[in-house]
Design a binder for this molecule. Structure first.
Ligand code: SF4
Ligand code: SF4
Length: 550
């Protein structure tokens, strides 16, 4: 595995234009930037073509003899099937408005990470094969043939795009380079070219229902550990149900929250909130994954993996589905699920059992985002909250690309945070809401062998956090995405040490005054809560500091 350079070295960026044109600049695979190739066993599990042992580092990628024919036939099929893809191939005027908007370009200075150029990698072959001008004029018309070097260049750069869609916000034509990357990855998968960090979790999900490959008993025992911790902190014993037929609500969340910190604290937050409300809900150990690594592979695989959620809702006979804090899970649910696997007419339009609010935005999907659900509870004053319990935290909020740009969930998490905590500071507006910067590890890039890429891609996000850390002493980065909760801790440790990462429902549960709880002395991480006296001392200290600074 490549050694990660020190931050001082990595932040020396060179944006000088290369001397040769992009088509004449060969792609050099740099260690620390790319992920390992998909293993044979995972491709076989998924029933994907060209399952074999291969290595990205070797010259021979063991491709089928007719790989060019397969790719070009697939290309034509995608152009015929997706009108948006065809339009995106034709309408770019190369104005460059998107060029400096990608976090991978900002963090690497590599021109092929400019969204416009990333798309040109595919578009150049499109012109050569599918347009008259390209066929007649070749390079003069921006066309080039599909060679092995071109294919490898696709692989290198389509797995350096997190499909975050930031570039599309700035494109005057609304070209969505994320969709171009998705098409590029579809084509690569036709000849067995994926990364193992994607095909492994996808295969696990296919076999066991979740990315981590957790068996049902592992899921229940992980949750039991959390329940013991909750009992120790609050004195309250919670007994959730699993796979219970006839429950009103099925709760689905990413499996990352069942397994690894800090996601587990978010999961404890769900358990505590639902217990306090006394809602009639169940967990499923079969639809045990909200996330969908098929989405980073092919449309068809994403659809297959997604189908288990409705299938499980039908089997259990629930009325509607509540979904936890996740990013791409929600992009899939919000933008694709209804078309792929709906309409879910066997479910009912979701209504909060506590406030009576009818979630009309979920009329068709029958799935409600937990941030909407909880914000509604707070608005109706249904939660007894002590925001002072989060006073040891100075918070900022990272908009996850998928919930922000993919769903428009901007205000709900902020509304919740402002009601459960007293110290909240926004990052620069050019880095939040629809302009948010990616964590640098989305769309299946949060492996460990590509850590340099992740630190480079996360650089703009980390820079904005550093700004509020330096100005206001921010020490905690809140978010509503499981990949963020896995990807942001190493990013913060690298660029902004001293800043932790939390899910929003961890903050909710810290602040939640539960009926019958004992006096809490710690937060969910077993960190001591600040006493009233030490809060007074802190206030006095900061008054003194203000006087000194005046
Ligand atoms: S902003 Fe849009 S039209 Fe301009 S170069 Fe980028 S993709 Fe092309
Ligand atoms: S979708 Fe995101 S990662 Fe991909 S090119 Fe656009 S800005 Fe870069």
């Amino acid at each position: 595995m490549a050694k990660l350079p020190e931050p001082d070295e990595l932040s020396k960026l060179d944006y000088t234009q290369p001397e040769s044109g992009w088509m004449d600049t060969p792609t050099v695979f740099k260690d620390g930037i790319w992920c390992y190739g998909a293993k044979q066993k995972n491709l076989e599990t998924l029933d994907f073509p060209n399952a074999r042992q291969w290595s990205v580092a070797e010259e021979d990628w063991k491709l089928p003899e007719n790989w060019q024919d397969i790719i070009l036939k697939g290309f034509k099929e995608l152009l015929d099937k997706y009108r948006s893809f065809k339009v995106f191939m034709d309408i770019c005027v190369r104005c460059g408005a998107c060029a400096d908007k990608c976090h991978f370009f900002i963090g690497s200075g590599d021109p092929k990470n400019m969204p416009v150029l990333r798309a040109e990698l595919l578009r150049s072959v499109y012109r050569g094969e599918f347009t008259k001008a390209g066929k007649m004029l070749g390079k003069l018309a921006g066309a080039r043939p599909l060679t092995l070097d071109v294919l490898k260049e696709w692989w290198y750069y389509f797995f350096q795009c997190t499909e975050c869609r930031r570039c599309s916000v700035f494109c005057p034509y609304g070209i969505d380079t994320a969709e171009i990357t998705m098409m590029g990855r579809e084509l690569l998968n036709l000849i067995g070219l994926n990364t193992d960090w994607i095909s492994g979790p996808a295969a696990n999900c296919f076999m066991k229902g979740n990315h981590l490959g957790l068996e049902p008993h592992a899921i229940t025992s992980n949750l039991e550990y959390m329940l013991d911790d909750i009992e120790e902190i609050t004195g309250i014993k919670i007994t959730p149900t699993f796979n219970r037929k006839g429950a009103e609500i099925l709760f689905v969340t990413p499996s990352g929250d069942l397994f690894a910190d800090p996601g587990t604290y978010t999961c404890m937050g769900y358990l505590m909130l639902f217990h306090e409300l006394g809602i009639d809900y169940t967990w499923s150990t079969y639809a045990s994954e909200g996330g969908n690594f098929g989405f980073f592979t092919t449309n068809e695989l994403a659809k297959r993996l997604n189908s288990k959620i409705y299938a499980e809702a039908r089997r259990l006979g629930v009325k509607w589905i509540l979904g936890g804090e996740c990013g791409h899970m929600w992009r899939v649910l919000n933008q694709y699920m209804d078309t792929w696997n709906g309409p879910a007419d066997f479910l009912q339009e979701p209504v909060s059992p506590i406030t009576g609010t009818r979630f009309e935005n979920a009329k068709s999907t029958k799935m409600v985002h937990i941030a909407e659900f909880t914000a509604d509870l707070i608005r109706h004053k249904k939660l007894n909250l002590d925001p002072g319990r989060n006073d040891h935290l100075k918070l900022t909020f990272h908009d996850s690309c998928n919930t922000a740009r993919g769903m428009g969930i901007f205000e709900e998490p902020r509304y919740i945070i402002n009601n459960v905590a007293n110290n909240f500071y926004e990052m620069h507006p050019n880095t939040t809401r629809e302009k948010t910067f990616c964590c640098g590890s989305g769309s299946g890039l949060n492996a460990s062998e590509n850590m340099e890429l992740r630190m480079r891609g996360g650089f703009p996000r980390a820079n904005a956090v550093k700004d509020v850390h330096d100005k206001y002493g921010v020490n905690m980065l809140a978010n509503i995405c499981a990949i963020d909760r896995a990807a942001l801790p190493p990013l913060m440790d690298y660029w902004v040490p001293g800043v932790g990462v939390t899910g929003v429902h961890e903050l909710v549960a810290n602040a939640l005054i539960m009926k019958g709880e004992k006096e809490r002395t710690t937060d969910l991480r077993s960190e001591p809560l600040q006493s009233a006296e030490s809060k007074e001392e802190d206030k006095e200290e900061s008054k003194e500091e203000d006087k000194d600074n005046a």
